[in-house]
Design a protein around this ligand. Structure first.
Ligand code: GUN
Length: 296
């Protein structure tokens, strides 16, 4: 039997509708939620993400400050810009698109963002708050995945979850959220990575597979337990001469075969991607409502 598709676009639209109403309400009180987006360099994937984030802000009535800096921007210049936004009362959220050029120390940049405006949830203060179960800005992709699971009726309590990938942006935080003693956690989580000895053996045990390895076809049908829920976080460009842009997007999961074994699956595009941007809007609106907020 073919899996039911989790429509990330539809879930994202319904949350954005609610956020749009909250923005309108804030505006009646003289507050327009504002997001500063900073992109250093012109990496094509980052440029397209940043453009989508700015467009999404405008669509729900938020203010966005678009800052596209040359690749040669110095660390001192970037720190000065962040400092300006930290002090700017029109700005409630600051997003520095990653990765940064090699000459910039990413850790120093993330540390420079005011934790109360850290709508990416990447500042160590927010990461720490999340890990110990305190209120924090939750990182957008993991928070989006949680929302997709919960809104699709997936039982997390006691579920065997296998996360493939250990990045700071997805793998580590989603594992942390899912083990929290919380109605949106209480799962048993295994995190696999490039040094895992037998990836297939781990994935085969999973009620829920979260693929965030950044490599096409990491998860194939033979690795998936019948009826498992499969969340594909991968966004990989593969050459495709039939497409106008010369490439198409695929996830980390071999979608066509895995969908025949799974009970629920997210597509790429149209699964996790729209949720990431939506949770960024969510964090920024919460920031405009009060300084620090948010639990899943
Ligand atoms: N690069 C890839 N994903 C993200 C994200 O969620 N936020 C930022 N700032 N950079 C990214």
């Amino acid at each position: 039997m073919s899996a039911k598709i989790i429509d990330g676009k539809a879930v994202a639209e319904s949350i954005r509708g609610e956020l749009k109403r909250q923005v309108a309400e804030l505006k009646t009180r003289g507050v327009t939620p504002g997001l500063a987006v900073i992109l250093v360099g012109s990496d094509p994937a980052s440029t397209s993400y940043v453009t989508a984030k700015e467009k999404a802000c405008q669509e729900i009535g938020m203010f966005s400050s678009d800052n596209r800096l040359p690749a040669a921007t110095s660390q001192a210049e970037l720190l000065a810009l962040i400092d300006r936004f930290n002090k700017d009362p029109r700005i409630h959220g600051i997003l520095v698109q990653l990765p940064l050029p090699k000459h910039i120390d990413e850790a120093a940049i993330l540390l420079a963002v005011d934790p109360d405006k850290d709508v990416d949830g990447f500042h160590p203060v927010n990461v720490g708050r999340m890990v110990v179960g305190q209120e924090a800005y939750l990182p957008c992709t993991p928070h989006g995945i949680l929302q997709l699971l919960v809104r699709s009726g997936v039982k997390l309590d006691g579920a065997e979850v296998v996360v493939v990938g250990r990045s700071n942006i997805v793998g580590k935080p989603i594992a942390n959220l899912l083990i929290q003693k919380s109605p949106l956690g209480n799962a048993t989580v295994t995190v696999c990575h490039t040094h895992t000895k037998d990836l297939a053996a781990h994935v085969r045990r999973a009620d829920i597979v979260i693929a965030a390895a950044g490599r096409p076809n990491t998860i194939t049908a033979d690795m998936v337990k019948p009826g498992a829920v499969v969340i594909d976080v991968g966004v990989n460009r593969v050459e495709d001469a039939t497409k106008a842009k010369g490439f198409r997007l695929v996830g980390d999961v071999d979608f066509q075969t895995v969908r025949e074994k799974a009970s629920l699956i997210t597509p790429v595009p149209g699964g996790v991607g729209p949720m990431t941007i939506t949770m960024l809007l969510y964090n920024t609106v919460q920031s405009a409502r009060r300084p620090v907020i948010s639990r899943p």
